[in-house]
Design a protein around this ligand. Sequence first.
Ligand code: SF4
Ligand code: SF4
Length: 224
Amino acid sequence: MIVIVNTLIKSLTNHGANIIKIIDISELSEAENSGYDKAILIGLTLSPTYLFQLTHENDNVIDSSEFGEKEHQADELAEWAADFICSNGYKAFAQSERNLINGYFNNDTKATLLPHKKIAIMAGLGWIGKNNLLVTKEYGCAVCMCTVLTNAPFPTENKPIIMPRCKTCCVCKNICPSQVIHGTTWEPGINRDTMVDVYHCEGCLKCLVFCPLTQQYMKRNVVK
Ligand code: SF4
Ligand code: SF4
């Protein structure tokens, strides 16, 4: 088994994954885990240079190029990982955008049965910010993610959930041009709609880019 895990991790890393976490999801309800007991989170970080461009771009321009590419790349890696696991005799399902259309994504509520974010916080990667995004200490919100559900007996590394560390910060709420971020602090079981009106979000990425933790990551790494 360890050979399969190591091959999987090495291949994902070689193809651009910056974060790979395997966690136990057997304690979740079947409505969430769909009968799988493990989840693999695959994360790709946005480049500091791209974040720098977004920070300084004209207010009317939305450049989602790298964001879109990395989201797509995370999906492709998840689909590849699921195929690899299946070829080794186990069940696996990639929660890619293409696959989620088939009953895993509710278009009315714009919600999935088991969001990547939930898997990320079970892995201890960060917390859910007031912008309803994953916030990590190392990369801020600059992580594109996809996940794979599986029954392969891989070793897992669950961590305690980190409660939000946004404190009194309201940068994302104040910068949102659509005013859809309400400034509510996340807690387990919270109704997402009390945090963000996702139906009127215009996808400008400002709440991601201007989060102080994203800015710290950018400033630490941007090539001057
Ligand atoms: S992406 Fe833009 S519009 Fe959507 S919540 Fe973030 S700041 Fe607001
Ligand atoms: S901008 Fe501030 S309030 Fe919003 S997610 Fe980041 S730290 Fe939290």
